[in-house]
Design a protein around this ligand. Structure first.
Ligand SMILES: [Cu+2]
Length: 245
């Protein structure tokens, strides 16, 4: 406003009438008002853009933390999928083969010697068993430590399947003499999953604590009179550790 007044005085000295000075002042005031409003408009539209970007960043951050949660302990995370493979005849040494567990990953088969699992998270386990049945102590025929204390057995992976169902069937035990070739057992956690021979099997379970635990097959599928030598006592064949964090 001071600028307008000074300009007005300057024009007045140069001989403009009071009316003209007043008109010039009004016009100048209007021009400044329009410029001011335009600037406010630009500023508020920029603020709107910033707000939109902030909310986009926030939603990306929350998506990111949810994604990371599925790999670590987070009670709101989605299921963690673990897929194990049992092959009947992996090369044990230059002359002999033996059954062996593998972890199936997007990068191929990995050793099951050290399996990492998230605590407090639904773990969806799938075991694809290409091996045949062999007798084991009867208590390991019983499913324990899974959701509902059941496993879901799907139609077989081989022609000599013990199961012919087209869809998954929930079972709470398997016949220890005829239906099981291996187990996935974590004794410290009370988890025992007998694996149906020549079948695909699924089980859901939670581990609500952290730590390192031993997992082992309890079907004596190795060498020696007891069946506990060779692969049964070799880390990464029929046993290993599980790190829960
Ligand atoms: Cu085994």
């Amino acid at each position: 406003m001071e600028v307008g007044t000074a300009t007005g005085r300057a024009y007045s000295r140069s001989g403009m009438s009071d009316t003209k000075v007043a008109v010039v002042l009004v016009v100048l005031t209007l021009v400044f008002m329009v410029i001011g409003m335009a600037m406010i408009g630009v500023a508020s539209s920029q603020q709107g853009t910033i707000r939109t970007q902030q909310s986009q960043i926030q939603s990306l951050q929350s998506q990111g933390s949810a994604g990371a949660g599925s790999q670590s302990s987070n009670s709101t995370a989605g299921p963690f999928k673990l897929t194990l493979l049992i092959v009947a005849a992996a090369q044990w040494n230059s002359t002999a083969t033996a059954p062996k567990y593998w972890v199936l990953t997007p990068d191929g088969l990995k050793s099951p010697a050290n399996i990492s699992l998230p605590a407090h998270t639904l773990i969806q386990l799938t075991i694809v068993d290409y091996d045949t049945a062999s007798p084991l102590p009867s208590e390991y025929g019983q499913v324990s430590g899974t959701v509902g204390n059941v496993v879901y057995v799907v139609n077989g992976t081989a022609a000599a399947s013990n199961f012919t169902q087209a869809s998954a069937t929930a079972v709470s035990s398997l016949n220890p003499e005829t239906q099981i070739g291996h187990t996935f057992t974590i004794p410290q956690l009370g988890i025992n999953i007998p694996v149906a021979a020549n079948s695909v099997e699924m089980a859901d379970f939670y581990i609500n604590q952290t730590g390192t635990f031993v997992w082992h097959c309890e079907d004596p599928c190795g060498y020696g009179p007891s069946g506990w030598l060779g692969p049964m006592s070799a880390n990464g064949w029929m046993g290993g550790s599980i790190t829960v964090s």
